[in-house]
Design a protein around this ligand. Structure first.
Ligand code: PLP
Length: 405
């Protein structure tokens, strides 16, 4: 008799594959309910799928590549780190923008930020040791499988309301000889928070001090898929210029509205001794996961659109409408400085119950904050049609009046 199937599977993989994602569940619910009652009757603020089509330059680049490039080269394997011409173009764009001295050899093209993160966590995890990665709540829930999938340990630093800044004291307490890196995600999903240059400089100072104490570098993994989505004239600080032991992970999913196409990179800034080894280890980690190279067509498209980004005006309009509207109703909300999510305090504090109520009573879908590692809030994605915000606000108002009673 053969053993039952679950006993011959990797249990951690099985667990990750079976674990529910509240965001996905809400999104799937919206899709199927929409087929039943009409998509216009669903107010889906659950997921971070860009609502703006890719900039025209993206389509033009694809057409140009398909019409003019040698198809064998265009669709062929590239170097595992990516086409060197494309990587040099990205490096040159950084150098122009930040006065850095990057070369194509510091950039590893990946299938989105997701692969860049997983590869980085694996590269930083020493065999036979406990490898800890700190994340700051509220945090992107996929960090957990990315870290645990590489046998690392996720260490969550509790949220720091009201403005979700960096809690240096708590970080200092939790750093120990097993700490490999702290993940910084600014602008933040889900809070919309953008860390200031000063906050990051203070963090860098602490990490330098702790790296000295334990005689090994503690890295920042700077996860920046929303770097280009910032408002009110703000600019996301360039973290490798603030802290030398930085891996930056990037994705074009949001800045070019192409999340399904899977293209991004890991940048290992050449600011510390041994950076080439870390770069090689990220490549080796991705090789072990079966990533041969990032999609070639997408790499070349990025090479032609390196300084193009989505028009943030629509997101900004949505942001202001939602922020103002929710505040006027009475909700406590945080003004998002970047990304396309708004974090709102749930009246009474029971976020899962309020999310169910919004869904069942008003067909409004928003994600309770428990899945982001903190309780009592709700993430409202505003990468939706502006009309959905206007209609949705009426429902948020009705819900507030009934729920607050
Ligand atoms: N990091 C954060 C904070 C995200 O929000 C996302 C996607 O939503 C990712 C990483 C993964 O990005 P991608 O799907 O482009 O790999």
């Amino acid at each position: 008799m053969l053993p039952d199937l679950p006993f011959i599977l990797n249990q951690e993989a099985l667990h990750n594959g079976q674990q529910r994602s509240v965001i996905r569940e809400l999104f799937d619910y919206g899709q199927s309910k929409g087929r039943e009652i009409g998509a216009e009757n669903i107010f889906d603020f659950s997921i971070g799928n860009p609502s703006i089509p890719p900039p025209a330059e993206v389509q033009q680049a694809f057409l140009k590549l398909l019409q003019e490039r040698d198809p064998k080269a265009l669709h062929g394997y590239t170097n595992s780190a990516g086409d060197i011409g494309v990587r040099q173009t990205i490096a040159a764009s950084f150098n122009k923008r930040y006065g850095s001295n990057y070369s194509g050899n510091n950039i590893f093209m990946t299938c989105g930020a997701a692969a860049a993160l997983s590869g980085s966590f694996r590269a930083l995890s020493e065999e036979g040791r406990n490898n800890e990665f700190i994340v700051l709540a509220p945090y992107f829930p996929e960090y957990k499988p990315y870290i645990e999938g590489q046998k690392g340990k996720l260490v969550v630093i509790p949220a720091c309301p009201p403005d979700f800044g960096i809690d240096l004291e708590e970080i200092e307490k939790r750093i120990n000889p097993d700490t490999r890196a702290i993940v910084i995600n600014s602008p933040n999903n889900p809070s919309g928070k953008l860390y200031s240059e000063q906050e990051l400089a203070d963090l860098a100072k602490l990490l330098r001090h702790k790296s000295q104490e334990y005689n090994r570098p503690i890295f920042i993994v700077s996860d920046e898929p929303y770097r280009e989505l910032v408002y009110d004239g703000k600019v996301a600080p360039h973290i490798p210029a603030i802290y030398e032991y930085t891996i930056m992970t990037y994705s074009y999913s949001k800045s070019l509205s192409i999340p399904g196409d899977r293209i991004g990179y890991a940048l290992v800034a050449p600011n510390f001794k041994g950076h080439e080894l870390l770069f090689a280890a990220i490549g080796g980690a991705l090789r072990g996961m079966g990533y041969v190279c990032a999609p070639s067509l997408l790499q070349h498209m990025v090479g032609l659109t390196v300084d193009i980004k989505t028009d943030t005006n629509t997101y900004d309009l949505n942001r202001q409408l939602l922020y103002k509207g929710l505040r006027e109703i009475g909700y406590e909300v945080l003004l998002p400085e970047g990304a396309f999510y708004l974090f709102m305090k749930v009246p009474g504090g029971d976020a899962p119950a309020f999310s169910d109520y919004l869904r069942d009573t008003y067909n409004v879908l928003a994600v309770p904050s428990d899945s982001f590692g903190c309780e009592g809030y709700m993430r409202v994605s505003y990468c939706v049609d502006t009309q959905t915000i206007k209609d949705g606000l009426k429902r948020f108002e009705a819900a507030y009046e009934k729920w607050a009673k």
